[in-house]
Design a binder for this molecule. Structure first.
Ligand SMILES: Cc1cc2nc3c(=O)[nH]c(=O)nc-3n(C[C@H](O)[C@H](O)[C@H](O)COP(=O)(O)OP(=O)(O)OC[C@H]3O[C@@H](n4cnc5c(N)ncnc54)[C@H](O)[C@@H]3O)c2cc1C
Length: 235
């Protein structure tokens, strides 16, 4: 297990993962828990791995964010939305089946405890890299405010990990959760009236939605140099 106070990333390397569990979080999103073949992966919360696939004799790879804290290694969790061939393969892996993958990759990370309050905005499986960061902050006993605004365009009234966030809000005083079920995340953000200039803002959503949420955050006072975002697109 990786210790909390020494957060570092290992060189990118190949691993073979074995499926420990595969659980539906919503009708389209699953959490897939994997155990790596060795305890060498060190990643920063927000990073990703590239599972490797073979189809019609051709090899290719797709990128998936790690949804669990670095402290859980050699176990990692993926949070995958079923949209096309690769995501269906990952979702349909049986318990005990193996999946070669390569990592870690990615720059939307945390490497030390942040000095400002944080606002996380997630849509759909975009919750994955944000969950890794939030889990790590909680484990560190982070005391500055951490807000999460969550929506899911695929099934708007069913949000991945929602019971977990609701429970976390009861047990971690710094954490504040708002679901965007009855209204869009933009309206939730307007109604929150947070002084965003004082916040680090982190956004993850699919395609153009990431840009749209970023524009909203900036219009509400977020500082461009305190805003990071990631866009889930198919390569
Ligand atoms: C940095 C990065 C991290 C990523 N992390 C994750 C992750 O943690 N979980 C995850 O589910 N996906 C993630 N993705 C997307 C993932 O890499 C694949 O692109 C996705 O699973 C679609 O591949 P596919 O072969 O199933 O479908 P394809 O046939 O390649 O794509 C079908 C359509 O789905 C759209 N799409 C892509 N990703 C999503 C998504 N997540 N939700 C809804 N629609 C989507 C594409 O724009 C495309 O129009 C990430 C992408 C990037 C760039």
């Amino acid at each position: 297990m990786q210790s909390l106070d020494v957060l570092r990333r290992s060189p990118t390397a190949d691993y073979v993962a074995t499926v420990l569990s595969s659980v539906a979080l919503t009708p389209t999103i699953k959490a897939i828990r994997l155990r790596l073949d060795r305890d060498e992966l060190r990643f920063l919360p927000g990073q990703s791995v590239w599972p490797k696939f073979e189809r019609d004799g051709r090899k290719f790879s797709k990128i998936y964010s790690i949804a669990s804290s670095p402290s859980a290694c050699p176990d990692i969790e993926l949070c995958v939305s079923r949209v096309g061939w690769s995501s269906a393969v990952v979702q349909d892996l049986a318990i005990g089946q193996s999946l070669p993958l390569r990592g870690p990759y990615g720059l939307m990370t945390l490497s030390e405890l942040p000095q400002r309050p944080r606002l996380y905005i997630a849509e759909g499986s975009g919750i994955a890299p944000l969950k890794s960061q939030i889990d790590w902050l909680r484990e560190c006993g982070y005391k500055l405010p951490v807000w999460l605004v969550q929506a899911n365009p695929e099934t708007p009234d069913q949000l991945p990990y929602q019971p977990y966030w609701q429970q976390l809000q009861q047990t971690w005083p710094a954490f504040h959760y708002r679901d965007a079920i009855a209204q869009c995340p933009e309206s939730v953000l307007v109604n929150l009236r947070l002084k965003l200039a004082a916040f680090d803002v982190v956004i993850c959503a699919v395609g153009d939605r990431s840009d749209q949420l970023q524009e909203t955050a900036l219009a509400l006072g977020a500082k461009p140099d305190q805003l990071r975002s990631e866009k889930f697109i198919a390569f």
